[in-house]
Design a protein around this ligand. Structure first.
Ligand code: FAD
Ligand code: DHB
Length: 391
């Protein structure tokens, strides 16, 4: 088989890249190790930046998002038992966010690719990449037990943090910059009507908690836990008790309680590789970087990477230009490091660190007081949260 761009991974990065390339008249094949049902059911992110929303709408995959997504014009920060609001449009020239589950974005993109005759091969096995430094890199894999080879002009490694494309780059080419945090998030989806129209990020002596939602009937909640937290120690009653302790505020606000539909533990790390390219392999999304989830940025960064990559590939195919491909990594990394900084800062401000003392506690409260009362502080939160402008 032969294609122009071979894409490994059908997450938001791989699917969006395939969609953007199709709109630019460039052919691609997406290879995914999981089933269609698995990727369409996987519960993950939920916050879309203004730029992500605009791109999905502009490229014709935003119809359901516009109907079912929940537009938010602000966010709450809760600390010392009180909530403070930061409004987005007035601080950012009209921008906001939309809460729309990642698996819904994935469903919309899969449907658009299938409707346009795009090729997504699910449940591939033993995938490997070859001849990355040649003009004809190859992807080998098995489908239904039969060995296949896909010859490409370029390969996009969109296979997430645990994928195989990044480890396929020869040793010494890539530098890794990393922080691992001494805590994780226990996340649940609950059948309970949201009691707040907007997200609530909470700093509490017992640890961080986050109130989010998916629809008028479903709440999404997270609480800080240990990295090796054993979920069997967390029956639903204990989760609710802890969430209520951390989230409830003095004015009587509390999350609505209901049956738990799903639960899981997410580790937290900051991770960036440089460069994001080797020969004709280009890495995008979680394959190249991870942010801690506190800033709600992972999915959005995946989308901004592939926007840059699709433009560089379009310039190559339309006018033979290779300069944008050569600048891909540097162009992406400028945004990635700003987003890393924001995600690290939100994480540091809102979590309880092991060994933290009264000084740390008072410093964190003062920081939260500052960023939720000064216009400059609120603008910093708002412009980063809705998404920085593209360069
Ligand atoms: P993935 O979504 O990981 O996709 C990679 C794909 O590659 C997968 O489908 C995988 O099955 C496939 N694959 C892997 N290995 C192979 C292989 N060898 N061969 C073939 N296919 C392979 N981000 C936000 O922006 N906002 C949020 O609110 C947010 N909240 C989050 C909450 C949680 C609990 C978690 C876990 C993450 C959250 N994120 C959030 C992060 C976000 O989910 C990721 O950043 C996003 O999924 C990255 O997309 P991707 O396409 O790069 O990678
Ligand atoms: C959600 C996840 C996040 O990581 C975040 O910062 C905000 C919201 C969510 O799943 O809704």
């Amino acid at each position: 088989m032969r294609t122009q761009v071979g894409i490994v991974g059908a997450g938001p990065a791989g699917l969006m890249l395939s969609h953007l390339l199709h709109l630019a008249g460039i052919e691609s094949v997406v290879l995914e190790c999981r089933s269609r049902q698995y990727i369409e059911d996987r519960v993950r992110a939920g916050v879309l930046e203004q730029g992500t929303v605009d791109l999905l709408i502009e490229t014709g995959v935003g119809e359901r998002l516009q109907r079912e997504g929940l537009r938010h014009d602000g966010v709450w920060f809760s600390f010392g038992g009180r909530r403070r609001h930061i409004g987005f449009p007035e601080l950012t020239g009209g921008s906001g966010i939309v809460v729309y589950a990642q698996q819904e974005v994935v469903k919309d993109l899969v449907q658009a690719r299938v409707a346009a005759g795009g090729q997504i091969v699910f449940e591939v096995e033993e995938l490997s990449v070859h001849d990355l430094d040649s003009k004809l890199p190859k992807i080998r894999y098995k489908k239904d037990g039969v060995a296949q080879e896909l010859i490409c002009d370029f390969i996009a490694g969109c296979d997430g943090f645990h994928g195989i494309t990044r480890p396929s780059v020869p040793a010494g080419v890539i530098a890794v910059y990393e922080r691992i945090y001494p805590f994780a998030w226990l996340g649940i989806l609950a059948e309970a009507a949201p009691t707040s129209d907007e997200l609530v990020y909470t700093y509490h002596e017992r640890g961080f908690a986050l109130f989010s939602m998916r629809s008028q009937q479903v709440t999404r909640l997270y609480l800080q836990c240990t990295p090796d937290e054993d979920l069997s120690q967390w029956p639903d009653d204990r989760i609710w008790e802890e969430l209520c302790k951390r989230l409830s505020t003095q004015d009587g606000w509390a999350p609505g309680v209901g049956p738990v539909l799903q639960k899981g533990v997410t580790g937290m790390r900051s991770f960036v590789i440089e460069p994001m390219q080797y020969g004709r392999l280009f890495l995008a999304g979680d394959a190249a970087h991870i942010v801690p989830p506190t800033g709600a940025k992972g999915l959005n960064l995946a989308v901004s990477d592939v926007r840059v990559l699709s433009q560089a590939l379009e310039a190559f195919y339309k006018s033979g230009r290779e300069d944008l491909l050569g600048q891909y990594s540097a162009n992406c990394l400028r945004r990635i490091w700003k987003v890393q900084r924001f995600s690290w800062w939100m994480t540091s401000m809102l979590h309880l660190f092991p060994g933290a003392d009264g000084f740390d506690h008072r410093r964190q409260l003062a920081e939260l007081d500052y960023v939720t009362s000064s216009r400059a502080g609120m603008t910093t939160v708002a412009e980063n949260y809705v998404g920085l402008p593209l360069d």
